[in-house]
Structure formats: structure tokens, C-alpha cells
Write a protein that binds this ligand. Structure first.
Ligand code: ATP
Ligand code: MG
Length: 418
């Protein structure tokens, strides 16, 4: 993409009411636009990152047999009355509006809808298990929305629901999901700590959160530095300074961001909504369910909270908006022509490139923009580098620059960039 054509620009200004670091950086670099507290539009650079995160999640979900669907945002009141959630629990956070003589809600979560859909198709044990997920905008009346993308009133969620014939089968799947969530988060360069969220112990019959340590986090966890124990403060029986019940090391306390949440639902929704199947012995039983949430937009905010420095963002390779930020340093015809050729050659190799071809910016401005935007590799082409038939390459997370001969660039890209 040509930076001269990009309709966004970097800016030093951020909205006065914006206190959150992730939002400030993302606004300044032109990834998102703030509409109101907890409500952000995604601009070209931001949408590329969000889509990459969603695609990593999609890939992992599909590899575990997940089938993607897209459910409605509108939620019928009558359905939510059946599970007694219209005015209770999450139902209290639901945006609602009048429609004729009834009301509809905007989906804050989708257990009701998904159970009613699957109920129409599952008849016997032969139809189970089933795994269904969606990636969609959710709406919640969050009381405080001061953490940028970490807490939106309108935000992106991947929600997966699993349907089983028995608790045992659910537990087997729960373990698979835990591994898959770690893999997804590692691909986004986030190290998550599996955390008990119920206080009932470390079993598949209780909810767990994936917590990422960060000062901006709204949660607090007590965890073992050895990685074998973690409890959310809200439910913790132990505290910082106590011994880890597993390895006896001392537990520490930290602020953290909940990026994922996995939950046994048991038969609550299947019973309330009449989702039964016939087991091997011909008996009618309620379907056992689990639900598994991940927040792509919160992950994007968490990555910025963790991977940044005083100059800007440092995107992890797999979710960066582009692989290379090519900078044409001067506007003399030779540099311009060589840069353009190189840009086209890079595109041919399948490399994604943001090409700073702007004539009206100084080298200093271009470097500052590149640091703020945070693409993993900066590739500078200038009179000086061309004297040596080279480009200057620099990783966003390193100080060191190196000259690489243009004819050797391809193998360099294959080795380091792609
Ligand atoms: P929290 O305790 O932070 O409010 P939650 O328990 O309400 O989270 P879930 O309902 O389990 O969250 O949602 C699943 C995932 O969706 C969360 O782990 C998080 O990644 C994301 N998420 C939830 N609420 C928000 C929000 N307001 N803004 C952005 N992402 C969110
Ligand atoms: Mg919540």
C-alpha cells in the first residue's frame, strides 16, 4: 500500500478524554478512530491487524473441527426470558430497544441463540459432539469504558460453543481448547496464564481465564512464577506471599488483562431451552455444553499495552499490518525510481509492504512515523544506500541497522521477514 494514498495520517493529538495508553497509540498512529467512550472505528491499518488476529483464531478453531457461523445481533426477548437472563446477569448489560409491542436486545453473548439453532439439528448421540463458533461485534453497557480497546461497549468477540453427550466428553474437549488458546495467544506474542475464575479448584468443571500480565489490566491475579497455579483475586482463597499449593514457590500478585474465558455450561441452557438428544440406550438427555470466548479487539489492545516503547508500537510479526515498511528517503528521481521498482519486486514475492513514497515529508518525519506505526521491519532506500546497491534494514525492536545488497534481498526476506 502506498502511504501517499492512505487516507489516515499519524497525529500528535489524542482526544482529551482518552486516558488509555493502547487507545492513545492506536489513535496517534491512525489505526482506530474514537467515536465515544468504549466505541472505536477501525481504519485501514487497524482493520488489517484485527483481521489477522481473527484469522489466527479462525485457523485454530477450524483445525479443531469448529464450524463457523454468524448469528444475529438482534436477540428476541422471549428467548432470553426462558433462560431467565433478560433482566438478570448479563441481561442487565444488554442494550435493548422497543419493537412493536415487544423488545429486542443487541447480543452481549449468544448462548440462547446458539442453543436454539443446534436444538433443531441434534437428535441423537450420533450427532454429537458439535463445535460452533462465530466472530462478531458484541454490545454491552459497560459501566466504565476507560481502557481503550480493552473494554469496549461495542467490541469484537470470538465465541465458540460446544455440545456433548456427556461431561466426560466435554472435559476432554476442554483440555484441547486450553492448548489451542495458548497457541493462538503465542502467535499474537502474548503469554497468557491460565487462571482459576471460580475458586473451586483446577478442574474442567470450573471456569478459567487466560490472563496476560500488564499494568493496564483491570484484573488482579495471584500466580506462581513457575506457571502451575493462578487464581483471580475476585475468587482467590490464597494470596500473594502464600506458597503455591503445587510446587511450593511463593505466589506473586500482578495486574492482568483477561483475554479469554472458557466456561462449562453444563445443562443449564439445554434444559431451559429444551435441547435434548437420545443416548445409546434410547434415553432422552439434555445436551452438555461449554462456551469459550476470546476478544480479538481486546487482544489488539493488550498487544499494544505490552509491545510498545516511547516511540510507538512494536507489532508481533504475525499480526503486524504489513511485514515491511519501505521508506523512500529522498525525492530525487533515481531514489524514487529505484524505490518504486523495489516496491513492485517485493509485492511479487508476496511480501506485504507499506511504501512511504511521500514527497512532502522529511526523513525525520518518516522515521518517526515508522516507529509509531510499528511494522516489524524498516527498509530504507536512499542516495547513500544506492551507492552500494543496497537498502538499509532495521528491526523495529533493535537499534542496529544493516546494509543488504538489493540482489541478496530475496534470500534475506525468506530467511528473516516472511
Ligand atoms: P470482563 O470480566 O473483562 O468483563 P467477561 O468475563 O465479561 O470479561 P466474557 O463474557 O467471558 O468476558 O467474554 C469473552 C471475552 O470477550 C473476554 O475474555 C474478552 O477477551 C472479551 N471481552 C469481554 N468484554 C469485553 C469488552 N467490554 N471489551 C472488549 N473485549 C471484551
Ligand atoms: Mg464483563
Amino acid at each position: 500500500m502506498l502511504q501517499s494514498q492512505l487516507f489516515t495520517e499519524t497525529t500528535k493529538e489524542t482526544p482529551r478524554d482518552e486516558k488509555s495508553l493502547n487507545a492513545k497509540l492506536l489513535i496517534r498512529a491512525g489505526f482506530v478512530h474514537k467515536e465515544m467512550a468504549g466505541v472505536y472505528s477501525y481504519l485501514p491499518l487497524g482493520l488489517r491487524v484485527l483481521r489477522k488476529i481473527q484469522n489466527i483464531i479462525r485457523e485454530e478453531m477450524e483445525s479443531m473441527g469448529g464450524q463457523e457461523i454468524l448469528m444475529t445481533v438482534f436477540q428476541p426477548r422471549d428467548l432470553w426470558l426462558k433462560t431467565d437472563r433478560w433482566s438478570k446477569g448479563i441481561g442487565k448489560d444488554m442494550f435493548k430497544c422497543k419493537l412493536n409491542r415487544s423488545e429486542v436486545g443487541l447480543g452481549p453473548t449468544h448462548e440462547e441463540i446458539v442453543t436454539r439453532i443446534l436444538k433443531s439439528y441434534i437428535r441423537s448421540w450420533r450427532d454429537l459432539p458439535k463445535f460452533v463458533f462465530q466472530i462478531q461485534t458484541k454490545f454491552r453497557k459497560e459501566l466504565r469504558a476507560k481502557s481503550g480497546l480493552l473494554r469496549g461497549r461495542e467490541f469484537d468477540m470470538k465465541d465458540l460453543y460446544s455440545f456433548h453427550e456427556s461431561e466426560k466428553d466435554f472435559e476432554r474437549y476442554y483440555e484441547i481448547i486450553i492448548k489451542s488458546y495458548h497457541k493462538i495467544l503465542e502467535r499474537c506474542d502474548l503469554r497468557a496464564i491460565l487462571t482459576e475464575a471460580s475458586g473451586k479448584g483446577f478442574t474442567a468443571s470450573t471456569p478459567h481465564e487466560f490472563q496476560v500480565i500488564a499494568p493496564a489490566g483491570e484484573d488482579t491475579i495471584f500466580y506462581c512464577p513457575g506457571g502451575d497455579f493462578s487464581q483471580n483475586k475476585e475468587v482467590a482463597k490464597l494470596k500473594a506471599g502464600d506458597k503455591c499449593p503445587i510446587c511450593k514457590r511463593i505466589l506473586i500478585e500482578n495486574k492482568s488483562i483477561e483475554v479469554g474465558n472458557i466456561f462449562p455450561l453444563g445443562t443449564k441452557y439445554s434444559k431451559d431451552l429444551g435441547a435434548y438428544f437420545t443416548d445409546k440406550d434410547g434415553k432422552k438427555k439434555p445436551i452438555v455444553m461449554g462456551c469459550y470466548g476470546l476478544g480479538p479487539s481486546r487482544i489488539m489492545g493488550a498487544v499494544v499495552e505490552i509491545h510498545h516503547d516511547s516511540k510507538g508500537i512494536l507489532w508481533p510479526k504475525e499480526i503486524a499490518p504489513f511485514q515491511v515498511h519501505l521508506i523512500q528517503l529522498q525525492k530525487n528521481p533515481k531514489v524514487k525510481k529505484k524505490s518504486k521498482n523495489l516496491y513492485n519486486a517485493l509485492l511479487k514475492t508476496g511480501t506485504t509492504v507499506l511504501f512511504d513514497d511521500r514527497d512532502d515529508k522529511s526523513p525525520g518525519e518518516k522515521f518517526a512515523d515508522a516507529d509509531l506505526i510499528g511494522i516489524p521491519w524498516r527498509m530504507v532506500i536512499s542516495e547513500r544506500t544506492l551507492e552500494k546497491d543496497s537498502v538499509e534494514l532495521k528491526r523495529r525492536d533493535r537499534e542496529k541497522t544493516e546494509l543488504v545488497k538489493i540482489r541478496e534481498l530475496l534470500s534475506f526476506l525468506e530467511k528473516y521477514v516472511q
